[in-house]
Design a protein around this ligand. Structure first.
Ligand code: XUL
Length: 483
């Protein structure tokens, strides 16, 4: 197991990763630099009562993608109970973690009181449910805010990108909040606090309102990356009284002084151990795969395909496809996210009736690199990088008449070529570490090496985001000493 190499302290920390389809808990032993235990809960399979087979509500319609925030809380209760069954959780010294980026949770005035008085006899979801001023959380897969993005563009032009690191992006939290405030003014007025998925879960663990870090905060179109504070002008334009509804921003490495709520004593934890501010899943992965210094880029092949890398300094993508987020280790990172990643590959694989051996290897033995110029891209979900409607598979050849192996290579090389094109503004790397479920595919790894012209390393770190959260917790408490 390869893990980051800079933690010497004798401590064990927990990393919690709340991603689109599952929640994971991972114990990191900072002394041995190894993963000591893991547990996970798949939302669709293990919490079917939330009606979200892929981690989001399937019937939201059109480009709307929403999840039930109570599902994340039920997942948190469940995953900690599972962890306690395989690990002595009283040994854990600190908690860190991350969440899928951009998703937002809307809470009313009762939120602080509910957090402070969590009752061990009742599940989290039941206790937090009365605090929600909006029953659903828009998530990163949502692309229903075109109108709001156009309004932001018209008002701020390229200043939005220069200040926040990204142009107006449909899935980003700022446009999502704008839409909510416009469409449901009464519910917005009843909202006292808006959290990201990461800071929401961190707050619940700490029993206290938690800050948003610069890694996840930069995915909102609201954070000024020069001052590392909410941009008053943009917030003021997006929705009335928005800045007052946002938590404060935590600086990279900040410990924030939060302690674990006594509620989690029911899973064997020591109350009061430090809980450090959570970050986004991609910034956490950057740390988890040990790529938080420039030189190594990461391609994470999960629900979405994401490219990210630490940057030397702050600069933005003039083409507007890439984003700049805070690097949890300090400075900045860049990122490009392609929505039609693993779910699209799975769809193609099942439509072809192919097994993994064929899809990941055989198809590539039967076809030459480059596929004679034949390329395809699966636009099953409306795409964000580049912006493109959901039109199905688009190919530059007769798709229906082609052999299955040609289709497989065309799609894989099409996806990789797209990622390459969108990340050409980044040149600070010569190695790519691939992670995520689809990194098992030799065909996909070879295509990345050939198209990017980079050395490709596969990492045996299946839960890189959870690991990153745990490593960040270890670093934060190493700075201030173990409690
Ligand atoms: C990044 C993005 C996704 C989510 C879900 O901008 O939208 O990668 O973080 O993983």
């Amino acid at each position: 197991m390869q893990t980051p190499d800079n933690e010497e302290e004798k401590m064990k920390t927990l990393g919690i990763d709340s991603s689109t389809q599952s929640i994971k808990a991972l114990v990191y032993d900072a002394e041995t630099k190894a993963v000591a235990a893991t547990a996970s809960v798949n939302f669709g399979k293990e919490l079917p009562e939330f009606g979200s087979p892929d981690g989001f509500l399937p019937d939201a319609g059109g480009c709307v993608r929403q999840a039930d925030p109570l599902m994340w809380l039920a997942g948190l209760d469940r995953v900690l109970a599972k962890l306690q069954a395989v690990f002595d959780t009283s040994q854990i010294d600190a908690v860190g973690g991350d969440g899928q980026q951009h998703g937002s949770v809307y809470l009313g005035a009762k939120w602080p009181e509910a957090l402070a008085s969590l009752d061990t006899a009742r599940p989290l979801a039941e206790q937090i449910a009365p605090c929600l001023s909006r029953k659903v959380a828009p998530i990163w897969m949502d692309s229903s805010t075109g109108e709001e993005c156009r309004a932001l563009d018209a008002r701020f032009g390229e200043n939005l990108r220069l200040r926040t690191g990204s142009p107006a992006i449909e899935r980003f939290t700022g446009p999502q909040i704008m839409k909510f405030a416009k469409e449901s003014p009464a519910a917005y007025a009843a909202t006292a606090r808006i959290h990201l998925v990461s800071s929401f879960l961190c707050s619940v663990l700490a029993g206290k309102d938690a800050p948003i870090d610069t890694g996840d905060g930069a995915g909102m179109n609201l954070l000024n990356l020069e001052t590392l504070s909410w941009d008053a002008e943009i917030c003021g334009f997006a929705a009335p009284g928005l800045a007052a509804r946002l938590p404060r921003i935590a600086r990279p490495g900040e410990n924030a002084g939060l302690g674990l709520s006594p509620y989690f004593g029911k899973y064997g934890f020591r109350a009061g151990i430090p809980v450090v501010p959570f970050t986004g899943d991609n910034p956490a992965s950057l740390v988890g795969v040990g790529a938080d210094r420039p030189g190594v880029a990461v391609v994470s092949l999960g629900t979405s395909d994401v490219f990210f890398a630490a940057m030397d300094g702050f600069r933005t993508d003039p083409a507007g496809c890439g984003h700049v987020f805070g690097n949890p280790s300090g400075g900045f990172m860049c990122l490009a996210c392609v929505k039609n990643g693993s779910l699209a590959r799975e769809k193609i694989r099942s439509r072809l009736g192919a097994d993994y051996r064929f899809f990941d290897e055989t198809a590539f033995e039967l076809t030459p690199p480059g596929n004679g110029g034949k390329r395809a891209f699966p636009f099953f979900e409306s795409e964000i990088t580049p912006v493109h409607a959901a039109t199905g598979v688009e190919a530059n050849f007769d798709w229906d008449a082609a052999a299955p192996e040609v289709k497989v290579r065309a799609v894989i090389e099409g996806q990789v070529a797209n990622l390459f094109e969108r990340t050409r503004w980044i040149d600070e790397f010569d190695t790519i570490r691939v992670t995520g479920g689809a990194s098992r595919s030799k065909g996909l790894r070879d295509a990345i090496a050939a198209i990017f012209g980079a050395r490709v390393e596969t990492l045996d770190v299946p839960d890189s985001a959870a690991l990153g959260g745990a490593v960040l917790a270890a670093r934060a408490i190493a700075k201030r000493g173990k409690v």
